[in-house]
Every structure is written in C-alpha cells, then in structure tokens.
Write a protein that binds this ligand. Structure first.
Ligand SMILES: [Zn+2]
Ligand SMILES: [Zn+2]
Length: 156
C-alpha cells in the first residue's frame, strides 16, 4: 500500500507482519483499566493513542480483528498475537492503537485514564492524571446498555 501523505507516527506488531501509520498528531492518549482492556491486552491496562480514522492506515499486512463487543473491534497480528488497536464501530470514527506498538511510545504521553473502577490497587503510576469511572454519565450508561459483550466468561 502506498500513501502520499507523510506519517506523523508509525508502529506495528512484534513480528513486523503488520504496520500502521497516523498522518496527524496523536490525540487523547490514555490508559483504560477496565476489565475488557485488561483481558484484551493480557496486561494491567490498555495504553492507547489515537486519532481520526481518516488519518490512519494499515501500511503493511492485514491484522485480524476480534469484536470484543457489538460496539468495538480490536485488531491483532495473526502471526505473533500483538494487540494493535481498538476502535468503536459507531460514527465516532476514531482509531486507537496500543501505545506499546508505536515506534516511539515516548512521544505519546497520557492525558486521561478510564475504567478506574478496575484499576489494580498497586498500579500507581498515573494517579495524578484525571480519571473516569465506566458508566459515569447518563449518556455513557445509555451507550453501555446497548453493549453486548463477546468476551468469554471471566472465570470457569
Ligand atoms: Zn506480528
Ligand atoms: Zn477499557
């Protein structure tokens, strides 16, 4: 795939089969502590940096997608398993990539945190960053009411 635009941020999976680029500065970089993000990344939280979908392209290979719910999809490399992205299916049309998959994660920073109700008590590094509880507003509760999770059971 060729693109005449100049990438501002690039990244990809661990094995190199899948690469991506943003053609505008990253926005709204955040961590999400919610259980879905913990399970999707296999980590303690998801660290995500994003931008408008129109300013994003997969530049090498094609990722596989898991629809973690009816509202959102998460991309990963089929060969090496690296979690690569998160995006909502609705009109927000924003794409978030996993910060650790960026070539320069140190340029992203963190401005918000979400899902703080699930933040592990010993995860202390971003306590001074504004946080939101999932379902905090009526608008968000209405949105979440439409969500049907595709996750497996959390426990057997
Ligand atoms: Zn890979
Ligand atoms: Zn989350």
């Amino acid at each position: 795939m060729t693109d005449a635009r100049q990438p501002v941020a690039t990244g990809g999976c661990q094995c190199g089969a899948v690469r991506y680029a943003f053609y505008a500065p990253l926005e709204n970089s955040h961590v999400c502590h919610c259980r879905m993000c913990q399970r999707a990344t296999g980590g303690l939280f998801a660290a995500l940096a994003g931008g408008a979908l129109a300013n994003f392209a997969w530049t090498r290979g094609t990722p596989a997608f898991f629809p973690s719910s009816n509202l959102a999809r998460r991309a990963f490399c089929e060969k090496c398993g690296t979690p690569l992205s998160f995006h909502y299916e609705d009109e927000t049309a924003r794409m978030y990539v996993t910060m650790g998959s960026l070539d320069h994660p140190e340029r992203a920073g963190i401005v918000r945190q979400f899902g703080v109700e699930s933040r592990l008590p010993w995860v202390k590094f971003c306590e001074d960053i504004p946080g939101e509880i999932t379902g905090n507003s009526e608008e968000e509760q209405q949105y979440l009411a439409k969500m049907r999770t595709n996750q497996g059971p959390a426990r057997e």
